[in-house]
Design a binder for this molecule. Sequence first.
Ligand SMILES: C[S@@+](CC[C@H](N)C(=O)[O-])C[C@H]1O[C@@H](n2cnc3c(N)ncnc32)[C@H](O)[C@@H]1O
Length: 314
Amino acid sequence: MDQNPYHVPVMVDEVVEMLRPVDPRLIIDATYGGGGHSRALLDAFPNLSIVALDRDPEAIARGPAEPRLRLIRSNFASLEQIAAEICKGSGSGTPVSPCIDGSLFDIGVSSHQLDEPERGFSYRRRGPIDMRMDRDAELGAGAIVNEWPVDDVADILWRYGEERMARRIARAIVAARPIHDTTHLADVVKAAVPAAARRRKHPARKVFQAIRIAVNNELDSLRLGLEAAIRWTRPGGRVLVISYHSLEDRIVKRRFAAGTEGCVCPPDFPVCTCGRVAELRSPVHKPVRPSADEVAANPRARSALLRMAEKAER
Ligand SMILES: C[S@@+](CC[C@H](N)C(=O)[O-])C[C@H]1O[C@@H](n2cnc3c(N)ncnc32)[C@H](O)[C@@H]1O
């Protein structure tokens, strides 16, 4: 057994079972990572092909040569173009219609990204303040921490970390410049908050989350990727998202809820005049969480929430 796996995939059986009724032939794995979900899906469905994306070239480079798996280094924010191209290729003529049976977004960072100190994602490991999933991206966390004005730093800590002490921590960060590495940043944050806040979870947790989300523009990417997945999923196909914190989950929950809304005419109208038809169905209303056994075996699964929506037949 690999003592230090690239990534242990979360809720694999649940993902496979959610996609089973679809009898999938084509799935988009929007977040390939260590490929655990892709592997399980390929094993479960012999007629399946997967197009898998990851914005981290390291994840793509590790992928196997497997005829049913096509790996693309890309941000899933570009899924609109990628899916349009795929569906164009699958049909005989125009207009191009949605052709995807299922998509999976398992968002956030992989264990490999977190565990490699030089990627700068972890407040527990000393490394450069980087946090870029795509190392060719221009903005690294170092610029935010060491160059941004205090108001902008406070703003992202508040918006993406939901950090109540955002202003206080931002002031401490600016006062401590230059901040050399991740553990230095974690120490500055720790020293900035009152002792009571230090006794709960590590105070740097939300700060690192906030900076990471800003560096990788994670929430906008999720909105764009989700929109494209919904658009290019064929009727009866399914979109699955595993999220790890409330900001991500809120985006998914709201988008799925908006998609399941049909006619919005006042209830006393005898006939529908708005013409609005639900684009999604929600066969599973509540998000699925990992079992206690899974969390015991893989504590990083703890905060995972799996949501699913099905494209309505029109
Ligand atoms: C939680 S891991 C996925 C693990 C994967 N499901 C597995 O079974 O190993 C998240 C992965 O998604 C990638 N990622 C995050 N945001 C992305 C985005 N906007 N576009 C493409 N890949 C992204 C990360 O680089 C990381 O490799």
